[in-house]
Design a protein around this ligand. Sequence first.
Ligand code: SF4
Length: 458
Amino acid sequence: MCGVFGAYSPRPEPLLEDVYLGLYALQHRGQESAGVAWINGDGMAKTVKGMGLVHDALNQHELSQQETRVAIGHVRYSTAGGSLAANAQPLVATYARGPVGIAHNGNLTNGKAIAQYLESRGAIFQSTTDTEVIIHLMAHQAHKPPLEALIGALRRLVGAYSLAVLLEDRLVAARDPWGFRPLVLGKRGDVTYIASESCALDIVGAELIRDVEPGEIVVVDEKGIRSLRIPVEPKRHFGCAFEYVYFARPDSIIDGRSVYAVRKELGRLLAKGSPCPGANLVTGMPDSGTLAAMGYAEESSIAYEKAIVRNRYVGRTFIQPTQRVRDLGVRIKLNPVPHLMEGKDVVVVDDSIVRGTTAQRIVTLMRGCGARNVHLRIASPPVRFPCYYGIDTPVSEELAAARMDIEGLERQVGACSLAYLREEDLFEAIGRGRNDVCTACFSGHYLEGKEIDHDLDL
Ligand code: SF4
């Protein structure tokens, strides 16, 4: 997880305000740090970064005083490299060919191998993020013009990357050939935007033009918008299913599919595959289980209520870095509405079970409020495997569904019944075939070996 945003205007204007707003809309994708970078009037790359939420890390008033033609921004949630100020993005450097700034969403599966290779040739890394290898790969090709050096770097990367790049006075968007993470292009007048999700275009009043395609590089400069390809063999689309299930905002459209519509459909298909006769109330775990719960209720003709209230001022438990903070987060974050629970047979729909902490806690709370029976329905298949493509799912030993079977998990969380969405229903809701979407954290089917065989020689 991470969110990236970029803006290009043919003339200097206060673009950093747009970047600030865009990052605000992408806050759900990363809460550990936030930063912006831009090219100033002297052609120098400037950056401001800080730890915490966008409004803590950045000063909106100060940013709005700057005028520039090109700017990028990033909200971070660490997957590769720790939660450190040195790892906050955008990463900015000036190498032999000029300034470069990179904001990266994703995780490079060959990042360590490239870093070791470059270190053996004398490179000194400033951070522990995999993103820095892109800048070093460019610096090792200083004999080429910057755009060619960037393309030369990208063709050596394996894994997930959706990038917003400052390259001299150009804005560049790039999406890995598998299309793991989303990336979209937008326009407002003659200002061009790139963003992790379309919800960030809405906030600046920009219109969604299209997705950046897997394997595409989009260059925006004074000549207009150009589309190039990363020079590797085309790959099968491997877009992350979890973006639809949990990560993305429901008002976003990813690869042409509304996240809102997919989530409701997941709920409908869950109700068809795992009905709950006798239940008289459906509710959703706020917020990511809400839409699936509405779909479940509609399909099964059971009343829907917002019977679990979430404290809006607590961050997502899933992306807090330690178990202790996660436990505290669940305790202060969710509460059932007691009078809605009294004597009811309740179906609770959640998007997924990761460690099982939240599910167990909420079932206990609901029973404490008088619910007669609590049935848990999960709008995705069991998460049994870690993600290597930019989502910080725990190692298998910490994943509840990897440690025990469904009956064991049912007992552990204290639910009367527990059922998951079938894998084929996930494909149906997303509207893509089994081979066109990544479900590795459910199935264990990662990229095949031949797809990670790259020549590093520079
Ligand atoms: S492994 Fe899971 S979370 Fe990671 S990219 Fe694939 S579907 Fe998404």
